[in-house]
Design a protein around this ligand. Sequence first.
Ligand SMILES: Nc1ncnc2c1ncn2[C@@H]1O[C@H](COP(=O)(O)OP(=O)(O)O)[C@@H](O)[C@H]1O
Ligand SMILES: [Mg+2]
Length: 499
Amino acid sequence: MEEPAAKKWKIMIADDNRELNEAIREMLIEYGFEVLQAFDGEEAFDLYCKEKPDLIFLDYLMPKMDGVDVLEEIMTVDPYALVVFITGEGSEDTAVQAMKAGAKDYVTKPFSMQYLVHTAKKFIKDHELQQENIRLKARGDAYKDNLVTITETMGEAVITIDARGTIQFMNHMARKLWGALEEMRNKPVDVLIPDPNVNLFADIRAASAEGEGYYQNEYTFRKADGGIFSGLLSASLLKSEKLTGSMVLVIRDLTDIEMMRRQVINAEKLASLGKVVEGVAHEIRNSLTSLGGFSRRLSKSVGQNSAEKIYVDYIIEDVKRLEAMILDIEEYVNYTKIHRPDFSMAHIEDIIERALIKTFGSGKFGGVAYEVNVSPGMEEIYADQDFLVEAFWHLFVNACESMEGKGSLTVNVSLHPHYLIVDVIDTGKGIPNEEIKDIFNPFYTSKPRGAGLGLSKVYMIIEEHGGFIAVNSSVNQGTRMRVFLSRKRGLKTVASSEC
Ligand SMILES: Nc1ncnc2c1ncn2[C@@H]1O[C@H](COP(=O)(O)OP(=O)(O)O)[C@@H](O)[C@H]1O
Ligand SMILES: [Mg+2]
């Protein structure tokens, strides 16, 4: 952008000494200034009012009105007027009086012309700097306003945290997710994360300590209404010196993307797995029926102590196992296809009890000792009971299987502000880190005779209860499956079921 042409400065000289007045005028004109002259006090004030010069050199001793009086009059018109006072030698008192009355500077006679020009230039420079500052500030304010508007209308949640990791600012989206800033200010940012094992601020700090000052990762966040969502967090250090250690966090809700991803996965699961599996399961079941029937007949017709009898009995055993597996698969496919949730109020202890009976009733895991610990003050939850029993049953069976029939199973139930937490802890063989991401996938199994459908069903059931699962495992030491069940959801429905 082209700079506007430099403005010609208008300087007024008010001095009754004509010679001096002329000499100053000539000098200033030479330096490119526009010059006005007054020769007494009254003329000086009138000319000031008419011309509004940018800078005034004002002599003290003048006829009609002295310099201090003129200065006071000028100050009543414009307190910011630039007045340089001219005093005689030895009259410091007058100079002090003039400065008090609003003069910006003073020169003492005799002075060199160069000094006067220097003074004029200094004022011009200061003034221009001041104007520039005003312009910059205005531009800064406009920029800030725009930034605030952008931040407020963004689809992402924006939060700033200070060096201690406590919340300082939240934009509209953040307030929508987590409530009013007054309530959230100075709370640790970790209140946004429901999983007590995840330490968000520590993660961010560790990443910024590595010197990058920028960090991005996916987290599961809680919402003020008790729900959870998966969000992509980007954290950057704020550069401002005043805010050392402060960071801005931008959180994008991935729910829609996640939903789409899941729908695609589900669609694929059902189309390519569900349908194929359903078809295959049907075929296998037909074959198994005849295989089972024929082998049982064969078993009766072969000699009771013959080698053939042993082979045939193996076949019968395997057919039974395959039939059980097919049953699992059909049940799973039915769940994904036709399950309609059936919620009612329930005690978590009862659900766990039923799941334990289902697990240990057959005596299959006699070598496993189990205990259940429930924190006091437990409340009823709103649950799809039969399915929640099934979910815990799958978790208990997995735990027992991982201990190969020997070890201990601990179930701890506790309350979190938004969730009821059930920990299922075993002392089994654990899950290698790289496998954790796969265990919830349908048909993923590490067992020779597993169907790999238990956990994926558990996942769906827990999700139906507004919750999620966090896995914590160490190889050869054991696994903790932490199940979060939403409390809010239950409370809301209690109220509505009462009307
Ligand atoms: N408590 C546990 N300890 C160790 N591994 C586990 C545990 N729970 C689940 N797993 C792992 O997750 C896999 C998938 O479990 P699941 O979906 O129930 O299928 P399945 O039990 O039929 O294999 C298991 O095969 C096992 O490798
Ligand atoms: Mg299982």
